[in-house]
Write a protein that binds this ligand. Structure first.
Ligand code: ADP
Ligand code: MG
Length: 697
């Protein structure tokens, strides 16, 4: 698209990559697989790593166990199978009559990269095997001809695709940087660059691809990482501003009398952490601008009651409140809890789910419009139904991870906006919370209700199975109840349900044959699920065999034992959630996970779970174990993934970007100042849609 108003530099940067020096139609097709379509894409295709070849030394100068790089010619390649699925690849290189053997275990596919007579660079830790130098799993690179004369350089290492070699990729990027670098716009004002010590973009693009030294490389990376995080945090700050400015909500003041009336309905004393959260929520509710608050707390920390307190406060102020849960089972559980609290009060609670008949649904909507139903509980059907409330004051979203950023805004409606309270299922790592929920204020509950017993967690081996089931049966005979979680197969298919059905079959003819068992899985109708849950709560079912649908929120305090099969297939947060089902009452919980951990990470995950009951700690650990580049919910939340920033590594820059973004927006909420024009455009192009922010400048 060309129009006279478009910046000619931008036009040039949109040149299809095919027309760039050294590319052509065939390579363009291959680059497309790496999402490189234009000159701009190639410039911003940053190295995934660097190889420091300034320290290439002759093989004769290697020192045992000291990491070094050597260059040599491939003399001999051998690939041996040592056992089924096991192999050893050896590549012997020679230089000045000195030899070194590089070895790779179980990576036979690397064989293709080498051929005899080619020159290769190997970097790694050398060891002496007899008289011969060896390197196990070195970084290896087949050198292109013109790279013969390497010296004094830090080479970029790019991600590749079939048919494009490292050397070729380096050349393509090199030409693109030479020819197009100057066309890139500097989106940050000079004064801003100076104040924050950021490298200007033209230097940064050069130094990130062809660094002079490590300091220059680090400065270049820092500039792009910071910029990416700043753009995200600006978008969130704009959203936060737009969610509150020029928007009005009903003020819901809570005086001592109302507070006392609400607390009288609650059958226990709130913990200090809960009281703190209640105080933060009520302070927000009293204002006539919408609350946008995230309530995070560990599984079983008692978030629900904080939400119910806020809902009752809304009703006391003459408003309606809606509570949205991720599943029908949970929605019904909330209705029951509310029903108990409100047994003596004259408050009507409605339940809206996808399984209402058309007639029931119409009736309920009419009652909501007339204000006869003050509290509405439901599933996502609440959003889908285009409800006209009489006077909606508050929306609570439970177990947020199932809802996207967008859905948060959908009950906004004309006139007054409701207050929003969003609850997470498990604690979220700090940097994630700052990114995915950066537009919200945060309350955290870090303390469990009194008398809560920790869950004893075991990782069971096959030999221990019999012993464990014996213990499980003992607990059931004592009158306690239990869960058995079937291996996760594929949440989106019927395979999960089949796996649970099969497990039920096995158990009812084996380990648990003397007990009353029930089945719960995603393919059952809502009525069947509800009936099963009723029986389980009533103790008619002693052990519930299920898929991970019990993961969120289900609250049956008498259930204290749990077996998880196929534990290696679940994530750490998910396992912690599941475990949360058996730490609800005053009896100690016991969990045994049978697993076949295939990787060190899955073993580490399981061990961490056995060691710690602290969801906040586990969330951070899980995040670290997932490794860099894990999108952790960005996609699920409909947000574009970060390209260079890494929320694990770049926490400090994130804090800085957030503080800077907030102060920029506080001074200039619409980024209207001319100096922000380019940055503003970038913010809205990247996040306008996903964060539903409007460009108001
Ligand atoms: P979650 O934060 O996981 O949603 P819930 O709100 O379901 O946890 O609370 C877990 C259990 O703890 C419920 O049975 C609830 O009634 C109970 N509970 C919550 N707060 C307290 C408290 N202050 N004292 C005693 N029990 C509490
Ligand atoms: Mg809950």
């Amino acid at each position: 698209m060309s129009s006279p108003s478009v910046n000619p530099s931008l036009e040039r940067l949109r040149t299809p990559v095919q027309f760039l020096k050294g590319v052509g139609p065939q390579r363009a097709e291959k680059l497309a697989k790496l999402n490189i379509f234009t000159a701009l894409d190639l410039l911003f295709f940053f190295p995934r790593d660097y190889q420091d070849v300034r320290d290439v030394i002759p093989i004769a100068q290697l020192v045992e166990d000291e990491i070094a790089s050597v260059i040599g010619t491939v003399e001999e390649i051998s690939l041996r199978n040592t056992a089924p699925g096991r192999s050893v690849l050896g590549v012997l290189i020679r230089s000045d009559e000195q030899y070194l053997r590089a070895i790779w275990f179980n990576q036979p596919f690397l064989r293709r990269r080498f051929s005899e007579g080619r020159r290769v660079l190997m970097s790694g830790k050398p060891t002496l095997n007899g008289l011969r130098w060896e390197m196990a799993h070195p970084i290896a690179e087949v050198l292109e001809d013109e790279q013969e004369e390497i010296g004094g350089k830090i080479l970029p290492v790019y991600s590749l695709t079939e048919g494009i070699r490292q050397g070729a990729m380096r050349r393509l990027v090199h030409h693109a940087v030479e020819d197009y670098r100057k066309e890139i716009e500097e989106v940050l004002p000079q004064t801003f660059l100076d104040e924050h010590g950021l490298m200007p973009v033209h230097d940064a693009i050069l130094q990130i691809h062809a660094p002079d030294d490590h300091d220059a490389r680090a400065a270049a990376q820092r500039r792009f990482i910071y910029q990416e995080l700043l753009v995200l945090q600006l978008a969130l700050a704009v959203r936060r501003y737009q969610l509150t400015s020029n928007r009005h909500s009903m003020s819901i003041p809570i005086d001592g009398r109302i507070d006392e009336r609400i607390r009288r309905l609650i059958p226990f004393e709130l913990t200090e952490a809960q009281n703190q959260a209640v105080a933060e929520v009520t302070r927000d509710l009293a204002l006539d601008v919408p609350m946008n608050r995230l309530l995070q707390g560990d599984v079983g920390s008692g978030k629900t009651i904080v939400a119910l307190y806020a809902m009752l406060a809304a009703v006391a102020a003459g408003a309606q409140a809606a509570l949205m849960a991720p599943t029908e089972v949970l929605a019904r559980q909330h209705v029951r809890t509310l029903g108990k609290l409100l047994a003596k009060a004259k408050v009507n609670v409605g339940l809206l789910t996808g399984t209402l008949t058309e007639k029931q649904r119409r009736e309920l909507l009419a009652q909501l419009a007339a204000g006869e139903v003050q509290l509405l509980v439901g599933t996502q059907a609440i959003i889908a139904s285009e409800i006209e409330f009489h006077k909606l004051g508050l929306v609570v979203i439970d177990e947020q991870h199932k809802f996207g950023v967008k859905q948060r805004g959908q009950l906004r409606g004309a006139g007054l906006d409701p207050h929003y309270l969003v609850m997470t299922a498990t604690p979220i790592p700090r940097t994630i919370a700052m990114s995915l929920f950066g537009d919200l204020d945060v309350s955290s509950i870090r303390e469990a209700p009194p008398g809560r017993q920790p869950v004893h967690t075991y990782i069971g081996t096959e030999e221990e199975r019999e012993k464990w089931w014996k213990f499980f049966r003992k607990k059931l005979r004592e009158g306690r109840q239990g869960y058995v979680v079937a291996p996760l197969v594929d949440e989106s298919s019927s395979a999960d349900s089949a796996s649970a059905e099969q497990l039920l079959e096995t158990l009812s003819n084996g380990e648990l044959e003397e007990f009353r068992l029930g089945l719960l899985h995603g393919r059952m109708s809502a009525e069947d699920k509800e009936e099963t849950m009723r029986k389980f709560r009533a103790g008619e079912i002693q052990a519930l065999v299920s898929t991970s649908v019990i993961e969120v929120g289900v609250d049956v305090p008498n259930a204290v034992v749990m077996t998880i099969e196929g534990g290696e297939r679940f994530g750490l947060a998910q396992l912690h959630q599941l475990r949360g089902r058996i730490s609800r009452g005053s009896h100690a919980g016991f969990l045994c996970i049978f697993a076949d951990p295939k990787t060190d990470h899955s073993r580490e995950r399981l061990e961490a779970l056995a060691k710690s009951n602290d969801g906040f700690e586990l969330a951070e650990l899980d995040f670290r174990l997932r490794g860099p580049g894990d999108l952790f919910g960005f996609k699920q939340h409909g947000m574009p993934p970060l390209r260079i920033a890494d929320l694990q590594r770049d926490g400090d820059l994130l804090e800085k970007a957030r503080a800077d973004a907030r102060s920029i927006i506080a001074a200039d909420p619409a980024l209207a100042d001319a100096k922000w024009e380019k940055l503003r455009r970038m913010v809205f192009i990247r996040y306008g849609k996903s964060l539903e922010i409007g460009d108001i400048a």
